[in-house]
Design a protein around this ligand. Structure first.
Ligand SMILES: CC(C)(COP(=O)(O)OP(=O)(O)OC[C@H]1O[C@@H](n2cnc3c(N)ncnc32)[C@H](O)[C@@H]1OP(=O)(O)O)[C@@H](O)C(=O)NCCC(=O)NCCS
Length: 313
């Protein structure tokens, strides 16, 4: 049994905040932000909830897949910005979609959340515990920002992306080939939010940068090597979209040409768990994802958590 990719969808809230807009509320500038991060703008919610963003991304994926909502039996929503302490935001998405037969739960691995959720859905599908899954990354990172802290508030944005995956008996090489996940809780204090000491997002930027470049490259190589591939075999590397300097650094270290290394951080900023499916869906909408493509997704986030998934379209 394999977990085969069927379709993707995404949604960005309409309100756009540019670097110039931000410079009016914090002591910063496009001249500082863009060269260090590659970010030009971010989308920010007005009254949309995380469930709203996720629901629209799923509706778009369902439409492309040609599935009805009640044919879905598993919904996994990766988010660090749930709408309530409980119930899970995934349960609200289930209701809003009308996916009445799906078990639905949230997954919290911050910026690695989508890779953790893909890996979990893959286990359900391969084990025959589900047939059709929606795997979502959805975030309102704007709710976790201190808008007076220029060191963090310029880096994040809101949005959602979703994959429709289906269990299929096939001898062809297609679908999720493998995922490798890691957690190192000893580094929990370098990036956190919601504690007494740090009610909003706190980040030791240099430390996060150091871990991100080393670990995303390492785990991407590991997932390729373990499955008999090299970097030369991949069609695209789609890393977590936090900082274009991190993304380009990983691509260069892996010897990949620029057109294989996907970066959408310029327009989205860091949307945490939503960043990978958003970047992917943008490629899909542009007609750049084809049957047979071999794609590595890799992410690192608070925890710290990191991982990589290998997908054959
Ligand atoms: C955030 C990041 C771009 C900061 O770059 P940096 O070169 O490390 O910058 P520093 O934080 O050391 O700050 C350098 C100076 O710029 C200032 N600065 C910070 N943010 C600023 C901003 N938005 N505008 C203007 N100046 C800013 C600092 O106050 C500091 O000034 P000082 O030297 O007078 O004290 C970089 O560390 C980074 O990308 N880290 C990884 C972030 C990430 O990917 N996080 C998510 C992972 S899931």
């Amino acid at each position: 049994m394999k977990s085969v990719f069927v379709a993707s969808g995404s949604f960005l809230p309409p309100k756009v905040v540019t670097n110039d807009d931000l410079s009016k509320i914090v002591d910063s500038s496009d001249e500082w932000i863009f060269p260090r991060t590659g970010i030009k703008q971010r989308h920010i919610v007005e009254d949309e909830t995380t469930a709203d963003l996720a629901t629209i991304a799923c509706e778009r994926a369902l439409e492309k897949a040609g599935w009805t909502a009640d044919s879905v039996d598993l919904i996994i929503l990766a988010t660090s910005t749930p709408d309530m302490d409980f119930p899970a935001t995934a349960a609200v998405v289930q209701k809003q979609l009308g996916a009445s037969k799906a078990i639905s739960f949230d997954m919290q691995a911050v910026c690695s959340g989508f890779v953790y959720a893909l890996s979990t859905a893959d286990l359900y599908l391969k084990a025959g515990k589900a047939k059709r899954a929606l795997v979502i990354g959805a975030e309102r990172m704007s709710s976790l920002l201190d808008w007076t802290d220029r060191g963090t508030c310029v880096l994040f944005g809101d949005g959602a992306g979703a994959f429709a995956l289906e269990a299929k008996e096939t001898t062809e090489e297609e679908g999720l080939i493998d995922s490798i996940l890691y957690t190192d809780g000893t580094q929990a204090d370098i990036l956190c939010a919601g504690s007494k000491e740090h009610p909003k997002t706190f980040m030791n930027g240099r430390e996060v940068f150091r871990h991100a470049v080393a670990k995303m490259e390492e785990v991407s190589r590991e997932v390729l090597d373990k499955n008999g591939y090299t970097a030369d075999d991949i069609t695209y590397l789609i890393p977590h979209q936090a900082n274009d300097r991190i993304i380009q650094h990983i691509g260069k270290s892996m010897g990949l040409p620029a057109d294989k290394v996907i970066s959408s951080v310029r327009n989205h900023a860091n949307t945490s768990a939503a960043s990978i499916p958003l970047a992917f869906d943008e490629m899909a909408q542009a007609g750049k994802i084809k049957k047979g493509d071999l794609i590595v997704f890799t992410a690192l986030g608070a925890g710290i958590t990191w991982g990589a998934s290998l997908l054959r379209i």
